[in-house]
Design a protein around this ligand. Structure first.
Ligand SMILES: [Mg+2]
Length: 265
């Protein structure tokens, strides 16, 4: 997988500003050959402009640091768990009613466990007002206070034009790691420890959104609102987060052994 990612063509950096603001309608959609979730295929998106950072790829440094044998720890390490909303914890049946949604089975105990055990950031590409509204519903006031940050569409570095378009968003983890408010949530911040690829997990239903740090993505099957969802996905994610916390390098661990939920046959 890493070799494939390394050969992905990096979008041109020689594009002029005037070219970058070319009508978004003329930009091509993301390649269909790449794995798309069913929702992404249905709601096709356009690529972000150069002004919005274009399409990211993992750096050579990132890939090298993930290409090591995972080491078991004597005690679990503290993780930064970044959790997506739509398709991961909930399903929004209609874009016209952005605050109406169905929670995935076991969302409440899953969030309770994550917030009590790890440092949690919620990050959705929905507009912040809708993200805030959804978080106020799925999190108790007490849990909400313990969440390190709630991020919405405003945290993707999108140009003004792209912000209002259906562009493919990319959750660059460097954006999270470089955020001072989140950095200081590391329990050993005072000793120089920081969030990085060894201790961060992105829980998301979109492989494409995790493109820049692919081995920090715990990819969950997309949730479509089935209240009787078979497979008990979130309890399996819960167990897998515990498994990852027992290793010294999350990216090495996920690269070696990606999350594969047991689904009913
Ligand atoms: Mg999603």
């Amino acid at each position: 997988m890493a070799e494939n990612l390394q050969t992905v063509q990096i979008s041109s950096t020689t594009t002029s500003v005037s070219q970058a603001v070319v009508s978004a309608k003329k930009r091509s959609p993301p390649a269909k050959a790449r794995t798309q979730t069913a929702r992404e295929a249905r709601d096709e998106k356009i690529n972000p402009s150069t002004a919005s950072g274009g399409i990211p790829n993992p750096t050579a440094k990132y890939l090298a640091a993930s290409d090591v044998v995972p080491q078991l720890l004597p005690q679990p390490q503290h993780l930064l768990v970044i959790i997506d909303l739509n398709g991961t914890l909930l399903f929004r049946p209609s874009r016209k009613q952005p605050t109406k949604f169905i929670s995935r089975p076991n969302t409440a105990p899953f969030l309770q466990y994550c917030v009590d055990t790890f440092s949690v950031v919620i990050w959705s590409s929905a507009k912040l007002e809708n993200v805030t509204n959804m978080c106020d519903t799925i999190l108790t006031p007490n849990l909400r206070k313990k969440v390190i940050a709630v991020w919405g569409r405003n945290k993707f570095g999108l140009s003004k034009q792209d912000f209002d378009l259906r562009v493919q968003c990319y959750k660059r983890l460097t954006t999270v790691w470089n955020d001072k408010g989140i950095a200081i949530s590391h329990p050993e911040y005072a000793n120089g420890r920081r969030w990085d690829q060894t201790n961060t997990v992105l829980v998301d239903d979109s492989l494409e959104k995790g493109r820049s740090e692919p081995f920090n993505l715990l990819e969950v099957p997309e949730f479509f609102g089935n209240a009787n969802e078979q497979g008990r996905i979130l309890p399996q994610v819960h167990d897998y987060l515990n498994y990852l916390s027992m290793h010294s390098n999350v990216s090495a661990c996920l690269r070696d052994n990606p999350f594969k939920p047991l689904l009913p046959s």
